[in-house]
Design a protein around this ligand. Sequence first.
Ligand code: URA
Length: 435
Amino acid sequence: MTERHDAVDVITAKRDGRALTDDQIDWVIDAYTRGVVAQEQMSALAMAILLRGMTRPEVSRWTAAMTESGQRLELSGLDRPTVDKHSTGGVGDKITLPLVPLVAVFGVAVPQVSGRGLGHTGGTLDKFETIPGWRADLSTAHIMAQLRDVGAVVCAAGASLAPADRKLYALRDVTGTVESIPLIASSIMSKKIAEGTRALVLDVKVGSGAFMKDRNHALELARAMVDIGADAGVTTSALLTDMSTPLGRAVGNANEVAEAVEVLAGGGPDDVVELTVALAREMLAACGITGVDPAEALADGRAMDVWRRMVAAQGGDPMAPEPLAPHTEAVVADRDGVISRMDALGVGIAAWRLGAGRSHQDDRVAASAGVYLHKTLGQHVHKGEIIMTLCTETEARMPRGLLALAEACAGRGAVEISDVGARGPIVLDHVAAVV
Ligand code: URA
């Protein structure tokens, strides 16, 4: 077959700072998916994009082409609005677990396609998979039936969802081109748009434990994703939220499920409840639902009812006890004072080293490994009091977890006790669509 463009022309256009045409973008994504554009050519193009950037129309077209590279879930047959949330990932970020059933309480359908974790940030599926029997791989018929019956589903992306992104993301990982904001934004949004939701709320995290360490970059990413959503006809907004310290007290997998269940039972840590409720309000508003109080649905058990039905619909036992780690070690305070630093990255790396995270896509994660924070940022401690407990299934990992805490923050340690310290606001900013 004769190709209508030449990859070298597309690469040199971007290298020289020119905007790509719609047809060049459609062709290059399609030809790359078909294997006609070679890996080395796409590497060069990704690097040119990283260095030269893309205009809003280019990014939106690039995203649409990646969405079109696979199948799009058809949710229009549902009799209710659809809304989803995407988090850019953090430490202790179990918000999806209470949020999805909470939003479904109000009569909207929440189709949440999630991923597995890599590195220090946990993956939602890894947490759910600690529930005995729970399955992430669902057929489209199952997803639709569950959205009709329960209103909420959390599942893995099938191979047909944005295959161009799957291939390109793996390439960016090994070519130093992950950090390009247009490429990150289009990668995330192509998958979310393919999932078929009509509305989307983004939780863009900023801080040491987040992908974006710096507020301006996080805002830039949020703006790019909200613009892509608007251009694709998906009602999209973003909250910028703090990830300088872990969310809640549990960091790991099964312990995060247990904490999410506490929130669904009307308790749980204040920061987890606050962010869950803030995102629920934003998601409901995106569906035109205002004047309701998501906090009430946590307190009165309605969200818990949906959670149990959602877990059971995917084969899971919602009453199964939390698996406990065979090896634990307490970290204690070496002085009286206030926790003035509890670094998200340091705690996240410690949990990873203890076995809660993976270094390669096919690594197994340990259900009961992780960190439990008895004290969090801004709390008073006495000398000798337990600050955190490290948990692992493999004893040899314990020193690696402790070392990660000690080495954090350029050797200053993940935890600092001094005379003053306070937890700042969780929601830092809001980014709305400009159409
Ligand atoms: N997550 C994605 O899905 N894509 C990126 O490029 C970065 C994070």
